[in-house]
Design a protein around this ligand. Structure first.
Ligand code: HSE
Length: 403
């Protein structure tokens, strides 16, 4: 492909990182022609040539010389308007916006097909780890069993600081925001939605199946208490926010995001701070593990650069697996084993546990360990959202294989 003339939307943490890395990529044959920002008056710690900034999207979209758009803005709705408009004009796009991609993927795939152009978004999932393109190209087989991991750097940073450094949850969250790991609304990180969006994108490229965010059980770390942390320490496990998509049979898979007790023999046990770790399991190769920085300016910008280079060579996702025969369908029927800690909310009366294997009652804290259907956790979302309740998954899928 000839020289890439890039129109960049967004000059925040990732956008400014991209300006730095593209200037050092001598083989990219690419330059930034225009940068569209929300606030032209904002002070920025990056030096830019005169006339590069605009606050008018049309200065990029209407410029016939611009042949690639890089979109790294915070607002998912605005991102969708920009990206869909660019695709309709046949301009390829590289995007880092997981919320936008996860919420609109079917329409975005249709637009790419209709207007014969490409949208690449490896940077949207797991920062610097090249998970999407690998799932799309290398793991293009029927033998994938599971993709599971820590997909959110901020919540992992918080849990690491709390667990290993005895920092308070509040201080750790504040630092994650200061270091630029967290979303502009950090509740997306700590309530599990950032992990959810990444999991949805991963599932499209892993199994060729798109599931809407509202249909997936998602539970974050904001209710974690000292009791839960001490419980985990006593059992020599860590609590990590884990996203997983698991084939439960040849014809069905399940997926969810929730805190999990992670034992020492798991790869993700050692994934700390803002790092992400993804375990890919297959029938023939047991487990493989991808590890790297999942958040932050330069790690995410490096992934954007990789997509820009991929475009230089004409790469596009083909979504081949979406057309495969015998694709598995999504199920919420699996039974999970969970720890539920509570105080006043009568969780055992309100949630239909199939079995209760342990029950601990005291004056100020209680917990149960029991089995419950994933579909009943989805129905019980409001009960689990009570401030005195915290739920942790106790893994059961494939555990016999990992010792
Ligand atoms: N807020 C995200 C995280 C940024 O903490 O992982 C990278 O997607």
């Amino acid at each position: 492909m000839s020289e890439l003339k890039i129109g960049l939307f967004g000059l925040g943490v990732v956008g400014s990182g991209f300006v730095k890395v593209i200037s050092r990529a001598i083989n990219a044959n690419a330059g930034i022609k225009k940068i569209c920002v929300k606030d032209l008056g904002k002070e920025r710690d990056i030096e830019l040539p005169e006339g590069l900034l605009t606050d008018n999207p049309a200065d990029i979209l209407d410029d016939p010389e611009i042949n690639l758009i890089v979109e790294v803005i915070n607002d998912a709705d605005a991102a969708f308007v920009i990206v869909s408009e660019a695709l309709k004009r046949g301009i390829p796009v590289v995007s880092g916006s997981k919320a936008m991609v996860a919420n609109h993927l079917p329409e975005l795939i249709e637009l790419q097909r209709k207007y014969d152009t490409a949208l690449l978004y490896d940077a949207s999932s797991c920062g610097s780890i090249p998970v999407i393109r690998n799932l799309e190209e290398y793991y293009d087989n029927d033998l994938l069993l599971e993709v599971k991991g820590i997909l959110n750097g901020s919540s992992n940073y918080i849990l690491s600081r709390v667990f290993d450094h005895n920092q308070s949850y509040e201080d750790a969250l504040k630092t994650a925001i200061e270091l630029g790991f967290a979303e502009s609304d950090p509740s997306f990180d700590i309530e599990g939605f950032d992990s959810l969006f990444k999991l949805i994108i991963i599932t499209v490229h892993a199994l060729g199946a798109y599931v809407k965010p509202s249909e997936i059980f998602t539970y974050g770390i904001s209710h974690i208490s000292d009791f839960d942390i001490n419980y985990a320490r006593e059992k020599s496990v860590k609590i990590k926010l884990v996203a997983q998509v698991v084939k439960i049979s040849d014809s069905e898979f399940t997926m969810f995001v929730m805190p999990e007790f992670v034992s020492r023999n798991k790869y993700i046990y050692s994934v700390d701070d803002e790092y992400n770790g993804v375990v890919i399991r297959g029938e023939c190769y047991d487990r493989q593990f991808m590890f790297g920085k999942g958040a932050g300016s330069l790690p995410t910008a490096s992934s954007i650069l990789s997509d820009v280079m991929a475009r230089l060579h004409g790469y596009r996702y083909e979504y081949k697996k979406m057309g495969y025969k015998g694709r598995p369908s999504y199920s919420t029927e699996p039974v999970l084993k969970v720890y539920v800690r509570y105080r006043n909310t009568p969780v055992t009366e309100l949630l239909p546990f199939i079995t209760i294997q342990q029950r601990f009652l005291s004056d100020d804290v209680n917990y149960v360990i029991g089995e419950i259907k994933l579909s009943d956790l989805i129905k019980g979302r409001e009960i689990l959202a009570a401030p005195d309740v915290f739920i942790v998954n106790i893994p059961t899928f494939f555990v016999h294989l990992d010792n």
